[in-house]
Design a protein around this ligand. Structure first.
Ligand code: SF4
Length: 372
């Protein structure tokens, strides 16, 4: 299904907003502060998803941030003034002080969002509590076009049905609904069906994530580069015509398509791991991404914003000329693409190496020809 013929469908559109979301371009000063901060509120989760980044388990870990440390973390995030603060897990609904911390986040000027797991804890009452606590949006995962496919990936029967029901609760509560889909070898042939499904669900945004082999996710579950390229071209082609925004995650190669289509405007750059993005683990580690588990500090002893701004790891991830892979290191698109740093690290052990998902073969002479 996925082949190069799909490129014929690439076409221009006036929906700059949707395309910017798709490409992850931003005018945000990513050297100054993160645009998105994600907090893994706990690693506890009742599900056992095949591709879980967090390798979540049924009970919280012994060294997770306490209630008081959670309050201090929220205050640190508020000081960083990100555009979005996402409380994820594990399953954040496993955290007993979740609503208190969400209210605190809202009081301190943040726009908290929630990424819960579809377990029996996810009820209509829980969604109402989220709205009452100041939540601005909820992200739910759908990784299969039907119950058999989705529940197989999630490790629990009934998860698909619960997720569809919860989508209705989120809409009824007036919260922005995002559906996240992880693209793997197992579901890639049914992406068009999943697109139709998320449209029927009335989502505000479809977040399409390209697997990074971290946690329980395995490298053999990644789609081959040519298939990934075809999916990205397809997403590019449908973005102008679907009634929701599409966002890709860990697939910045799509920004090559932005260049080809002439939008967004030159001078804008993309966000990525450590570049406009910071992650705080359940134990307080400050990482460039949940898929790049290299701690640059810990909120118990280090300041989140100072670590983001000044730590050599974060700084190198924001420097396109620090890339040292044979392809990304010489690529003319490295300033606004740069490849998935998480996938480079997961596969090679070098966060500044090549992203194995990319099909592009830059010419070696291109190092001095950065696109920005
Ligand atoms: S080679 Fe690297 S920087 Fe260039 S398009 Fe591919 S992933 Fe992006």
């Amino acid at each position: 299904m996925w082949n190069a013929e799909r490129s014929d469908r690439t076409h221009a559109s006036d929906q700059e907003c949707a395309l910017s979301s798709l490409f992850g371009f931003t005018d945000w000063d990513v050297d100054d502060r993160p645009q998105v901060v994600i907090w893994e509120a706990t690693r506890a989760c009742a599900l056992a998803c095949r591709h879980c980044r967090a390798s979540a388990r049924p009970r919280p870990g012994p060294d997770e941030l306490t209630a008081v440390e959670g309050e201090k973390l929220v205050a640190q995030v508020a000081a960083a003034k990100p555009q979005t603060f996402v409380m994820t897990g594990g399953d954040p609904l496993e955290r007993p002080d979740l609503w208190h911390l969400m209210r605190l986040a809202r009081t301190l000027g943040l726009r908290p969002a929630l990424a819960p797991s579809a377990t029996p804890r996810l009820t209509q009452e829980a969604v109402r509590q989220a709205a009452a606590a100041g939540c601005t949006g909820i992200q739910l995962s759908i990784d299969g076009a039907d119950a058999k496919e989705h529940d197989g990936m999630r490790g629990h029967p009934g998860t698909f049905a619960r997720t569809l029901e919860a989508c209705g609760w989120v809409r009824e509560a007036g919260l922005a609904l995002t559906v996240a889909t992880t693209v793997t070898r197992h579901n890639v042939e049914r992406m068009a069906e999943m697109c139709a499904l998320v449209e029927r669900l009335g989502v505000a945004r479809w977040s399409v994530f390209f697997l990074v082999p971290t946690g329980r996710a395995r490298a053999q579950d990644m789609v081959p580069p040519a298939v990934a390229e075809a999916v990205l071209i397809w997403l590019h082609s449908i973005a102008p015509s679907v009634p929701f925004a599409i966002k890709t995650t860990e697939a910045p190669q799509i920004r090559r398509l932005a260049l080809a289509s002439g939008r967004p405007a030159p001078g804008r750059h993309g966000i990525g791991d450590g570049r406009g993005f910071a992650f705080v683990s359940a134990t307080g580690d400050i990482c460039p991404s949940g898929f790049l588990p290299l701690p640059a500090g810990n909120v118990r002893s280090d300041d989140l914003l100072a670590t983001y701004r000044h730590h050599p790891l974060f700084r190198s991830l924001r420097d396109p000329d620090a890339l040292r892979g044979e392809r990304c290191g010489v690529c003319p698109h490295r300033a606004w693409c740069g490849g998935s740093r998480s996938r480079a690290y997961a596969v090679s052990g070098d966060p500044l190496g090549d992203d194995p998902l990319c099909l592009y073969e830059p010419q070696p002479a291109a190092r001095g020809e950065s696109a920005c």
